[in-house]
Design a protein around this ligand. Structure first.
Ligand SMILES: Cc1ncc(COP(=O)(O)O)c(C=O)c1O
Length: 404
């Protein structure tokens, strides 16, 4: 039967890391692997969703109010002039918005620049479209972008750069200088940018999210994708959007209609209520995640993890295994599940550079790729306290992890 599969399907196999998920399920491990909250969504938006169902918003639907509101906030936050009637496509989460953006712009053989490490789904979409992902390694431990490495990765066939900031898995918020370099390169090479801004409202300390589209000459070449999922803790509601120059937004809308027709009607109604939440909602959500970040850093640093980079945004901590731990990231997670009943994600799934030809950069980057663990800290206080208790079971008398 495999012969019947398309070449795209054959390329998208499930990862060995999924085996760890099964093990975690069998052991009933506390889940710090997945990037969604285990606490309730805000009551005001749940009530809006219930009210929408009770009002019989049950059919295919486009809630124009979402576009109107997004255009207004894009102006307030980033100074962008967006036509809400033509420049926004509502999709089923950022995931569909991103896929539609790729299918709308990427042809067979087009190269698309991505950063390494990065969120896993981009590569798959680009590959399905026949595009060629080109990874540029960010330099640990601060995950800095080396301009020369980035600029070297452009060729005649480069069509787009993908940027996720604040970033999954590292928690990096790309600096204004780094964004300036990206914008300059996109302009001079006449490339598009596709941004994933799902963590736009989750930044810490003095960091602020800046959209790449806000740099001179960038709005006309940037597709912004984002969603309700992370800001409101409703990843299952599947409401997201793409904001793009009119012609591209129209193409994305056409693709979206062919793939899914419309995002869930009642949740679009609730999305409007969510997006109109008062500023206090966004500030208290941000502060809650910041205190969870500080808690998990203290917990894991205390257990011997090397935390050289404090997340500046998103809700992930990308922690390096202790120097004296000889296990790989996958081996470590297996033991963490079995001995402490906690599961997180081995970092290697976020790295891709070693798939490229063995140039100097990729050889250097390989050495650290199996040393990181991604912990999602978007969990309740009770869950984080349970993790702390369970980790206590595998600490030696000096308080360091005992996993050998
Ligand atoms: C960087 C990033 N983008 C997109 C998504 C998925 O967003 P959505 O639920 O809107 O499809 C995730 C989920 O983990 C993510 O981490």
């Amino acid at each position: 039967m495999e012969g019947k599969l398309s070449s795209a399907a054959k390329k998208l196999t499930s990862s060995p890391i999924q085996e760890l998920s099964h093990l975690a399920q069998r052991c009933n491990a506390i889940n710090l692997a997945e990037g969604f909250p285990d606490f309730p969504a805000p009551p005001h938006i749940k009530n809006a969703a219930v009210a929408a169902i009770n009002s019989d918003f049950n059919q295919y639907r486009h809630v124009q109010g979402i576009c109107d509101h997004l255009a207004k906030t894009a102006k307030e936050m980033h100074g962008l002039d967006i036509n809400p009637l033509t420049d926004i496509a509502i999709c089923c989460g950022q995931t569909e918005a991103f896929a539609a953006a790729v299918f709308a712009t990427i042809d067979r053989g087009d190269e698309v620049i991505l950063f390494d490490p990065s969120f896993e789904t981009y590569e798959g979409c680009i590959t399905i479209a026949g595009g060629v992902p080109v990874f540029v390694a960010l330099d640990p431990p601060q995950w800095t972008l080396a301009p020369s490495k980035f600029l070297r990765s452009f060729t005649q066939r480069t069509k787009a750069v993908v940027l996720n900031s604040p970033q999954n898995p590292t928690g990096k918020v790309f600096s204004k200088d780094e964004l300036e370099i990206m914008a300059g390169a996109c302009r001079s090479k006449n490339c598009l940018a596709i941004t994933d801004e799902v963590y736009e409202h989750i930044t810490y300390d003095n960091e602020k999210h800046i959209s790449l589209a806000s740099f001179p000459g960038m709005q006309e070449r940037t597709i912004i994708t984002s969603s309700l999922s992370k800001t409101f803790g409703v990843t299952g509601w599947r409401v997201g959007w793409a904001i793009a120059p009119t012609v591209i937004a129209s193409a994305i809308r056409n693709i979206h209609v062919k793939m899914t027709d419309s995002a869930p009607a009642p949740f679009q109604e609730a999305a409007l209520t969510a997006l109109k939440s008062p500023p206090e909602y966004f500030e208290s959500m941000r502060r809650d995640y910041e205190s969870k970040r500080d808690y998990i850093i203290e917990l894991l640093a205390g257990a011997g993890f090397k935390i050289q980079f404090k997340p500046q945004g998103s809700f992930f901590l990308f922690a390096e295994l202790p120097d004296n731990c000889s296990l790989s990231d996958v081996e470590f997670i297996k033991k963490l599940i079995l001995k402490a009943g906690v599961v997180a994600v081995p970092g290697q799934g976020f790295f891709h550079t070693n798939n490229l030809s063995s140039n100097e950069d990729s050889i250097i980057s390989c050495s650290y790729q199996k040393r990181y663990i991604r912990f999602a800290f978007c969990k309740s206080g009770a869950t984080l306290a349970a993790v702390s208790k369970n980790l206590g079971k595998i600490l030696d008398t000096r308080g360091h992890l005992l996993l050998h």
